[in-house]
Design a protein around this ligand. Structure first.
Ligand code: ARG
Length: 628
């Protein structure tokens, strides 16, 4: 069940990212030279360089650590070398370092850790270069050109629930991260559970062996109810139907209460499937209304998706299954056509016993299409972790067929990004007060409304225009909902709580947006032309908190790389929060900016912080606010 909160395995950096701005990678290059000189006979000694964090207990001794000495010592054991133990290897690593402007000093600690203190001038220059050349020079490069994120993907004529909201928020951020990594084409695909006219269709629920008939029956039910409510109308508008969910509920009542209505609904399915124009038209209207409802959510979130629903792949299903059959993958099981994959004891059902297709059939065909027609190199699927097995089996079947490389990290690759449930305060699945499912549009509007109230209470907003108030409350409200979701490890269930996510203290979008607005106002109030300072001024990091801020800014490229190669937006959120904290609690508390002798250097640090924060906001799909 998706109710478990697993812990993430430690991130592994994918080696094929090109990330020249990464401090860690630059240091690793220097250490590589030293390691070659230190142990010339050892092959493939990969430099192990990491930022010192409070967790590794290192911040006191340095900014980065090289941890190769211990490993080398155990590899050398028994061999005739001059080394007496890891510390002597560590010392040799230090001695063999080529001269570099990056490093201020090195020291040996513990069993052979090499601690590195970076040169503050080098840090300052790095930040300054970003200011003059732009933050896009800090973007890594993924070795692929075409990627797809399959996300949101609600089901037509069904409610779009909080799970779809999570998928929408996470998926859009992942797409932005891939774009920032210079992937030429990133497709945001809405794989909606729609319905073709073929008998073969099915709707995505993610449950294996789902009763399709019961599901299709709902459409008959909706159509009959539509005819009943609007007997003489050709075109029923969205406003006439109003809330599709309420409409759905009312028709369900009708369906359950009246056997005669039920019969008509069943007949409606047959008429619909046989292509009866009147029924088809009604069905299309219901689909349109459904889509309009989804669009309201996308519009609020500022997310653009390209719809290509399940029904699109119907014509491809038979051919793909035939190919798999020819490769010897498809077996008969009680009349159904199934595929067994490694490590899973239940088979993937490609064709049901009645000859019909299902969620799996569609995904077999869509993945085939994506690899062969769309020539995608990385396909990322974002759904709740309840569908993990589905995707695991899908990818394994493709590997068995030789359609995906055996090595899971090689391209073309497929990744399933699962996320936990959204819970209410009661620890149960998130529902609204009336214990029904929550309308997403209402949820987002509520977040905005609460932000507006809080905004109007501030005295600084008295001279704001109506439009400014609206825009700002949208930015904060929607940003808060997104950030609350993105900041937690996505595999964990998360508790939806307005008070928490809209608090201006702690790790929330509100706090971060305020911090950013404050930085902008510091720059504004200085009365100085920041573009002018960028050209002529320079950064000095003499105060320890200036240095701390500068270093953290410079670590953006490597943190982003970690977030991107592991598809973990939470890593980016942690970075952003720490940046705001360092700025506010260290730098701005201890270093006077305006009116100080260091004013221009410090203004540049403010500007650099604002730029990095905005890039993070952008990647997280959050609209920045410039004044508050
Ligand atoms: N419609 C599905 C659901 O609501 C999600 C589809 C995910 N994408 C896919 N290719 N299966 O659960």
């Amino acid at each position: 069940s998706p109710l478990t909160s697993k812990t993430q395995s430690p991130p592994t950096l994918s080696i094929d990212i090109d990330n020249p701005a990464s401090v860690k990678r630059q240091l690793a290059q220097i250490f590589e030279v030293s390691l070659k000189a230190t142990v010339p006979d050892e092959e493939d000694v990969v430099p192990l360089v990491d930022a010192c964090t409070a967790k590794t207990g290192g911040v006191k001794f340095g900014d980065y650590q090289c941890n190769n000495a211990m490993g080398i010592w155990s590899k050398l054991k028994g061999k005739e070398t001059g080394f007496r133990g890891p510390p002597s290897i560590g010392q040799a690593i230090i001695n063999n370092l080529p001269p570099s402007e990056m490093i201020d000093s090195c020291s040996l600690a513990g069993p052979g850790f090499v601690n590195v203190v970076l040169s503050k001038n080098w840090i300052a220059q790095g930040v300054q270069r970003m200011l003059s050349d732009g933050i896009d020079t800090w973007a890594p490069r993924l070795p692929i050109r075409r990627a797809m994120v399959d996300f949101s993907s609600p089901n037509i004529a069904k409610e779009m629930h909080v799970g779809h909201l999570r998928s929408t928020i996470i998926g859009d951020t992942l797409a932005r991260m891939l774009e920032f990594s210079r992937v030429e084409l990133v497709t945001r695909r809405n794989h909606v559970g729609d319905w073709g006219t073929q008998e073969s269709s099915h709707f995505g629920i993610g449950t294996i062996g789902l009763k399709v008939d019961a599901f299709v029956l709902q459409f008959g039910m909706l159509i009959e109810y539509l005819f009943e409510k609007f007997p003489n109308q050709e075109n029923v508008s969205e406003t006439a139907i109003g809330d599709l969910q309420a409409f759905y509920k009312a028709s369900k009542l009708r369906f359950d209460d009246d056997p005669e209505f039920k019969l008509r609904a069943q007949q409606a399915v047959i008429l619909l499937q046989s292509g009866n124009p009147r029924y088809r038209k009604a069905w299309e209207q219901i689909c349109d209304i459904s889509r309009a409802e989804f669009d309201k959510v996308y519009q609020r979130l500022g997310v653009q998706l390209e719809e290509m629903g399940e029904s699109f792949y119907n014509p491809y299903i038979p051919g793909v299954i035939e190919q798999l059959d020819k490769l010897g993958l498809v077996e008969d099981s009680d009349g159904a056509r199934v595929i067994y994959v490694e490590g899973v004891n239940i088979p993937l059902i490609a064709v049901k016993r009645d000859g019909g297709y299902n969620y799996f059939s569609t995904d077999l065909a869509s993945l085939w299409y994506r690899l062969n027609k769309e020539k995608l190199e990385w396909i990322v699927y974002v759904t709740d972790i309840g569908q993990q097995q589905h995707f695991d089996m899908l990818f394994k079947a493709f590997r068995r067929a030789g359609w995906l490389p055996r090595n899971e990290n090689a391209y073309p690759k497929c990744t399933h990004i699962g996320f936990g449930l959204v819970l209410g305060d009661d620890g149960k699945r998130f529902r609204s007060r009336s214990s029904e499912v929550v309308r997403l549009v209402d949820l987002l509007d509520e977040a905005k409304r609460r932000c507006k109230t809080a905004l109007l209470e501030r005295d600084t907003t008295s001279d704001w225009s109506e439009e400014e108030i609206e825009k700002t409350s949208e930015a904060i409200g929607y940003g808060a909902v997104k950030y609350a979701d993105l900041k937690i490890n996505r595999l964990t269930n998360y508790t939806f709580n307005f008070d928490q996510m809209l608090s201006d203290k702690g790790n929330t979008a509100v706090y971060l947006l305020y911090a950013h607005a404050r930085i902008c106002s510091i720059i504004r109030k200085s009365g100085k032309d920041i573009e002018e300072i960028k050209k002529n001024g320079y950064i000095v990091l003499d105060h320890e908190d200036e240095r701390l801020l500068g270093l953290h800014l410079l670590q953006f490229p490597e943190v982003f790389e970690e977030a991107c190669s592991n598809l973990l937006p939470s890593v980016l959120c942690d970075y952003l929060y720490t940046l705001a904290e360092i700025f506010t609690k260290k730098f701005y508390s201890n270093c006077q900016v305006v009116g100080s002798p260091e004013e221009s250097s410090r203004l540049l640090l403010c500007e650099a912080t604002a730029i990095v924060m905005r890039k993070c906001f952008y990647l997280l799909g959050i609209e920045p606010v410039y004044k508050l």
